[in-house]
Design a protein around this ligand. Sequence first.
Ligand code: GUN
Length: 288
Amino acid sequence: MTARIIDGKALAEELRQGFKARVEALAARGQKPGLAVILVGADPASQVYVRNKVNGCLAIGMHSEQIVYDAAVDPQIVLARIAALNADPAIHGILVQLPLPGHFDEGQVLAAIAAEKDVDGFHAENVGALAQGNPRFIPCTPYGVMKMFEKSGVDLAGKEAVVIGRSNIVGKPMALLLINAGATVTVCNSRTRDLAGHTRRADILVAAVGKAKFVSADMVKPGAVVIDVGINRLQDGPDAGKLCGDVDFAACQEVAGQITPVPGGVGPMTITMLLANTIEAAERKAGI
Ligand code: GUN
C-alpha cells in the first residue's frame, strides 16, 4: 500500500486565497491586520522563517514589520519595544522568533506580549485557555496540523494518537488539541523506553523530535496517518544540504495510510495559521 500524500502546500495556498477577502473587509473598516515580527540575532534558519512570515502577510494585503536586534541586545530594549507594540493600533499580532539568545528569559519575554496580540499562542494565559478546551490563539504549527486532519477527513475521536516531542511550540499544544478532539493521546520523546512499541499502536503519529529520518517504517502501524513536523538539513551523504523531515518518508510511505511530505507538508501550513491568527485578532478588535 502506498500512502495518500497530504499536500500542505496546496492547502496553505487555498486557505491564503480565502484570507484575502477578510483582510480587505478589515482594511475597509480601518483595521488592516498588522503583524510585528521580532528577531534577535542572525541565525540563518530564523532569518528565513521571519522573512517568510513577513512576506506571507504582505502577499495577502496585510501590514507587517520586521524588527531585528543584534544578538547581544539588552533584553530591556526588546521588552520596551514589545510594550510599544502592545499599544500600537496598527499591530494586531506580535511574534518573537524563538529561540532567543541565552541571556534572555524567554518566559519573561512571552509574558510581556499582550495576550490579545499573542498570535503564537505562547502566553501563559493562552496556553491555559487551550488546556481548558477554550482556545483564543492556537499555536500555529499544531493548528496547521489540525487543519490538515480536517481537510483530509481524519476523524480523531477515539483514535490512538502518539506525539513524539514535548516542546512548548509543537508537542505540548499538539497533544492538547488531540485530547480536546477526543483522541487517546500519548506524548513520547526521543528517549522514551520502547518508543516503537508506542508508535506502532498509533492511528495518528505526529513526529516533532528534530532528528532526520528518526521515524522508520517498522515504527508505523499499517494505515496510520503520519504527520512530519521536522525540518532538518541533511549534513552528509548524497543528499547533503537537502531538507528532510523527522520521518523516513520513502520507507514510511509504503506503510502509512496518509503521510505529509517535507518540504511541502506542515511547513507551509505554519505560516498560514499565523496569518489566520493575526486576521482573527484584527476581527476580534473590529468586533467581527
Ligand atoms: N521558532 C520555531 N517555531 C516557532 C514558532 O512557531 N513561533 C516562534 N515565535 N518561534 C518559533
